[in-house]
Design a protein around this ligand. Structure first.
Ligand code: CDP
Length: 244
């Protein structure tokens, strides 16, 4: 690919390019209820990747013909803002954004009790404010919080993280450089309480053993992210209840 000349060494003395251990997450921040005009919202950062999610609904479906008689239609739009990348991104939806919108919707759908709201729509908007790898999994994590904040009944929260193989080592929560120059990247999302994986993609090649190791590492990371999600919801709702 001609990239090899500039390819950075990704693991030095057992540490990654940003100083993390292979099984270490980036610093994570979560805040729920950040937008006044959305029914639910959340902002989530994994290191320099920062994503805002907003949810509207259940609400009347427009156009009417897309309504479903037995459940709510769930729509999702993932977008990278023009200023979120190093090279300005065109505001027109790219093929990648259209695909990721679908992948993210499918990762969230199993958690939403859409059967409770026939003939309505639930709209999920994911805006990438700053991209540094893992925007789809950060988007899923933020959207699950925004859905809960909107009061939409859910089977469980959904949390996500991408694992990868860099310089032969399986690592947790890959950043953009590791995504670009690593041997494999594997975004995973799951409902930890229910024990169900809702997203699993693999770009690159892993042996059977590496795959098992990577999946186990992802699920351990997801458990931690899930605990942080619950804390973020408690921070908003417990303090609001106390004020009342
Ligand atoms: O973000 P995610 O890892 O889910 O998806 P990706 O398609 O594997 O992209 C990896 C990273 O490349 C993104 O997080 C961005 O940092 C970067 N990227 C970019 O800067 N501009 C694009 N048009 C696409 C990706």
């Amino acid at each position: 690919m001609g990239l090899d000349k500039e390819r950075p060494q990704l693991i030095v003395n057992g540490r990654r390019i940003d100083g993390r251990a292979p099984d270490e997450l980036r610093p994570i921040e979560m805040e729920v209820g950040v937008l006044k005009n959305a029914d639910g919202s959340a902002i989530v950062s994994f290191g320099n990747t920062r994503v805002l999610a907003a949810v509207y609904g259940p609400r009347e479906v427009m156009p009417k013909h897309v309504a479903m008689v037995d459940r709510a239609v769930i729509r999702c739009r993932y977008r990278m803002l023009s200023f979120s990348t190093e090279e300005r991104k065109s505001p027109a939806p790219s093929r990648r954004e259209i695909e990721l919108s679908k992948v993210i919707r499918e990762a969230l759908e199993p958690a939403i009790m859409s059967e409770l709201f026939p003939r309505t729509a639930i709209d999920i908007f994911i805006e990438v404010l700053n991209a540094d790898g893992g925007t789809r999994t950060t988007g899923i994590t933020a959207a699950a919080l925004a859905l809960a904040d909107a009061g939409i009944p859910m089977r469980d929260l959904v949390a996500g993280v991408a694992v990868g193989k860099v310089d032969g080592v399986i690592v947790l929560d890959i950043n953009k450089v590791e995504d670009m120059y690593g041997e494999a990247d594997m975004p995973v999302a799951a409902m930890p309480g229910v024990g169900r994986i809702t997203l699993l993609q693999l770009n690159g090649v892993l042996s059977r053993d590496e795959f098992s190791q990577a999946l186990a590492l992802a699920l351990r990371g997801i458990r931690k992210i899930y605990e942080l999600q619950k804390e973020a919801l408690r921070r908003k709702y417990v303090s609001t209840t106390e004020e009342v």
